[in-house]
Design a protein around this ligand. Structure first.
Ligand code: NAD
Length: 356
């Protein structure tokens, strides 16, 4: 029997509640598909500051590096907001991504027919949207040197090495091969030299994937097109800054923040997490939606553990449960037949997983 070691980082706010439900569903799918999972808990974020005095203790990094994958809830909260930037919970997450070397962030946006009215866009615009944003995660302007702010003058540096563009482009083309075979690369090459290198390099890499159609778009136009006609996109490939903004915009096309998963891969160990934050406003009330985390667990099974059938099973169970009208409070206004707590919906999904 195959055996996987998963690092769990529950974090702050609703993090522990949503991770518990993902584990419930993973346990159900692993017993059905005949593999075993061992979980180890590690601290990061506000809770790590409280317990260990720092947002990312060394044992968290080493524990994650010894695991097959990391499943992460969310971090942050008002309590730690006043700390200096490098001591805050978020700095722990940035350092963890860097330590794991996860350079590719994958964020799918799928619109569930049952929740079509959750979007602020018209149903005919969003029905059938199925796109994937592939964002470069550990380079570009968020990490470029020099950077400074002396109170009178401030600057950051957007820098990409050709190799960094090649490896993220390959992730996008390979993902497109398993989808609708279209990549749209987003840049600002009419203004930025770094984008000119980006565009030339992506065009060169595209030659290795003749079955995938490549197009290019400027970031300003892409931001408009995503709202005007999101169905035109299959895979959107972009850098760290543009990807940060575009992936949030893309997620809002679906309108339901509690449903969208993400994967950060390409390094030593993959990191899987919901796109939302720690939602302190609803923590410990049993009303958080765990589906984004459950779908992140499905991405983990698909992208690093190669358990495709188990991933399909979870995704199908989530669709069935939504079709059946089961809703957590955040999406209860959309055709709910039964409003469920965090733990109830986790149990219903786990139960469906075993029966599919
Ligand atoms: P948020 O995503 O936590 O919450 C935004 C809104 O969406 C809130 O009203 C919240 O109740 C709701 N929401 C989010 N997830 C939900 C879920 N699963 N079910 C139901 N409702 C949900 O964003 P925020 O309020 O801007 O940030 C709160 C904290 O989270 C901050 O400290 C922020 O720094 C942190 N944060 C962490 C991450 C991360 O850990 N990756 C990402 C974003 C924000």
């Amino acid at each position: 029997m195959k055996h996987y070691k998963i690092a769990l980082i529950k974090g702050d706010g609703i993090g522990p509640e949503i991770i518990d439900e993902a584990v419930k569903v993973l346990d159900a799918v692993s017993s059905k598909e005949k593999f075993e999972i061992t979980y180890n808990d590690y601290l990061m974020g506000g809770i790590a500051i409280d317990v260990k005095g720092e947002p990312l203790p060394d044992e968290t990094i080493s524990g994650c590096l010894e695991s097959d994958a990391v499943l992460f809830g969310a971090i942050g909260g008002e309590k730690w907001d006043k700390l200096p930037r490098d001591k805050r919970p978020e700095s722990g997450l940035l350092r963890l991504r860097k330590s794991l070397g996860v350079f590719a962030n994958l964020r799918p946006t799928t619109v569930f027919d049952e929740l079509i009215n959750a979007s602020t866009l018209k149903p005919e615009i969003v029905k059938g949207v199925d796109l994937l944003v592939v964002r470069e995660l550990i380079g570009g302007i968020y990490f470029g040197q020099p950077r400074a702010n002396d109170g009178n003058k401030a600057y950051n540096t957007m820098v990409y090495e050709k190799d960094e563009v090649v490896r993220i482009a390959r992730v996008a083309f390979e993902a497109a091969q398993k989808r609708s075979k279209k990549v749209c690369s987003v840049d600002k090459s009419n203004v930025l030299e770094v984008s000119q290198l980006w565009r030339d390099t992506v065009t060169e890499v595209a030659k290795e994937y003749p079955d995938v159609a490549l197009s290019h778009m400027y970031i300003d136009n892409a931001s408009m097109q995503l709202i005007r006609n999101p169905k035109q996109f299959d895979v959107i490939l972009t850098g760290n800054l543009f990807g940060d903004i575009l992936s949030d915009e893309a997620s809002m096309v679906s309108g339901s923040i509690g449903l969208l998963p993400s994967a950060s891969i390409g390094g030593k160990v993959g990191l899987f997490e919901p796109i939302h934050g720690s939602a302190p406003d609803i923590a410990k009330q049993g009303i958080a939606n765990p589906i984004a985390t459950i779908l992140s667990a499905a991405m983990m099974l698909r992208f690093v553990l190669d358990e495709t059938s188990a991933a399909n099973r979870i995704e199908a169970a989530v669709k069935e449960v939504l079709r059946g009208g089961y809703r957590t409070k955040d999406i209860s206004q959309f055709d709910a037949k039964e409003v469920c707590s965090t733990s109830e919906i986790g149990s219903i999904i786990a139960d469906r997983v075993s029966k599919i």
